[in-house]
Ligand binder design. Sequence first.
Ligand SMILES: Nc1ncnc2c1ncn2[C@@H]1O[C@H](COP(=O)(O)OP(=O)(O)OP(=O)(O)O)[C@@H](O)[C@H]1O
Ligand SMILES: [Mg+2]
Length: 277
Amino acid sequence: MDDATRLEFRHVDKLFPARNRRITPVVAVRDVSLKVARGEVVSLIGPSGCGKSTLLNLAAGLDRPNAGMVLVDNKPVTGPNFHVAFMLQNDLLLPWRTILENVNFGQEIQHTKRDVRTRRSNELLARYHLAEFAHHYPHQLSGGMRQRAALARTIVMDPDVLLLDEPFSALDAQTKMILQNDLARVLAEERKTALFITHDISEGIALSDRVLVMSRRPGTIIREIIVDMPDRDHPFRRRSNPRMNAYVVEILNLLGLTHGDGKDMPEVPLEEIGGAQ
Ligand SMILES: Nc1ncnc2c1ncn2[C@@H]1O[C@H](COP(=O)(O)OP(=O)(O)OP(=O)(O)O)[C@@H](O)[C@H]1O
Ligand SMILES: [Mg+2]
């Protein structure tokens, strides 16, 4: 691994035992190798159940591979690491903590001083339009608001590496675009490294340097798409770039969602393609 690589998967397999021992285990991912360089944003796109969250959990140190290795900064991942912050799919805020206390949580683990912690959390809550809800509990918020709070909790930790599992999937279209822009700017300005999972093909292209497309389970990476467009810090602009559509069609083809020429596009919105649950 060279110095520029921050996150690496080397020939990773992950199996989950079946409930009934006589049935063979589920092979979630098979022989996945990928590298994410320092300051790079890479998206994973693939059908539902192909193992995207499994990969993210392995990178976060929440689970171990059955074969191969996952490395952060050239060291095998053996558990959660301070430099790596993750936002899991269907992120669970702690129900007994208020929104402010939830956003404070990671910083408490990092032993950030109380006044710094509260100032930073309040700043982010304001930016994410949650200031009024700082003292509410998660069950008092909508799904989209909870997702914004979970994202604030991840960003406020100021990690070097961010692992984000569908962070915008529960948001309405406008909020989603605003937060995409916000995230893209933070990632670029602070040269963060990120692995980003999405079902939204155009979101993956708009936010990333590269998109890795996965096959159905057992998930493997079938194609690397280098997004050769400027403005990675400005997804609004990327969306109006004429090359955007060609990338979307290429990925639709890889996922088997068109008949080759992209002319007979499915009639469902792109956001819904890819099997969101
Ligand atoms: N803890 C677990 N125990 C047993 N099987 C699991 C576990 N976690 C995931 N799986 C199985 O592994 C496969 C991959 O799951 P994973 O959640 O990684 O998919 P995904 O690509 O994130 O899907 P989605 O797009 O729907 O979120 C699925 O078949 C799933 O049922
Ligand atoms: Mg998932």
